[in-house]
Design a protein. Sequence first.
Length: 177
Amino acid sequence: MVTKHFVRKSKQSGFTMVEVMVVMAIMGIMATFRSEAYMSWRPNFHLKGAARDLLSGFQKAKIQAVRNRINCVIDFSGGDGYTVFLDADEDFTLDADETTMLEVLWAENYKGSLTSISDNFGASANNAVAFQSRGFPEKSTAIGGGTVTLQNTNNKQLRVIISDTGAIRISEMEGAP
């Protein structure tokens, strides 16, 4: 009787150390390029988000003014953001008995990506615009719209514009990089 013994050859599977090191080097190079692209992309993303959020805040103020039949103010006088509130006494100032609808802090919400925020709603201490009960904009000094200009750390600028009729839009600054 003849017995056959089968000898299995053990087949080793896996990666060699050289293969693992090559893959790690390639991943490191790719991560470097991705992080550079991300760092330039993030401020633009935050700028667009800030402009859309501001446009949304203006729209909310306009809707609340019409709904509640009283002025709704967007106040930029703090310099570090804006506040939207119902202004029952129409003095463009947030009083203790008035309702705050929205409060936004630029640095907190946009992680330091915004470097410049300016508006042309008024030269007085009341740096604000309001929407009347009919949906038209009003400044503390006159009837009419205005513009808020936002700039990020890449020097890209966007404007949020309120027309004299109350239309709100976002526009890129001409000549901006």
